[in-house]
Design a binder for this molecule. Sequence first.
Ligand code: NAP
Length: 243
Amino acid sequence: MNKVAIITGGGRGIGAATSLLLAAKGYAVCINYVKNQPAAESVAARITEAGGSAMTFQADVSAEDEVQALFEAAQQRLGRVTHLVNNAGILFTQSALADISPERFQKVLNANVMSAFLCSKAFIHQAEGAGAIVNVSSAAARTGSPFEYIDYAASKGAMDSMTKGLSIELAARNIRVNSVRPGFIHTDMHADGGEPRRVERLAPQIPLKRGGTPEEVAQAIVWLLSDEASYVTGSFIDVAGGR
Ligand code: NAP
């Protein structure tokens, strides 16, 4: 079976590391992005230069028609989609809940949970035979992110519930659904939260005394997608340095 993976938000950070590792393992990858085309193109170029198969596709994965277009394009160019990484995610400036606007709360839920719902649904409708989904959640689902981003933490908590429920709905079709919950990882996301050096500041509080790399998270995602994890579904791997 040809392995074809869509990685939402696959052009930067954890998504980029996952796209590169999947391609190195022989998957044809569809790298989705919403704004940063150059980043996505550069990941695709690295893959094709190394002899792999990759395409990029611009889509806001919180919009149903754009998700539809993403799956159609991937299927047309690479074949039926067999693996999905729901990785796209956003957060906003660190704030207490009392200072979070309803508009911001809604935006975070749309980008982080609606996207995973829409992409999972599109994946299920076109899937034939075995397959796998990995949802990129966060340790925030466990901690609640007080004084920082309860909206973000709540979106990841919702994602975890979806992982559990969907894993059972799809088990009889041999489609596995799992989650990776990263802790503090060195990516651009922390700058969006208003503190580019957040991981460095918090490193002393992490049992392993450092932030993680996108590549370390990608290893867990790629393992869960692989046949080596064939008896694993509805599971959560924390990649959080012991936190
Ligand atoms: P990042 O470097 O900021 O990358 C986020 C990616 O999501 C970008 O590629 C972005 O696309 C994409 N994206 C955002 N909204 C989108 C939308 N509506 N449609 C399509 N793509 C969208 O962040 P990251 O740290 O790698 O985060 C990846 C995932 O890991 C997220 O779900 C995040 O919540 C989770 N996570 C990260 C950490 C951490 O410490 N970094 C910890 C726990 C969990 P563009 O490139 O086009 O902007």
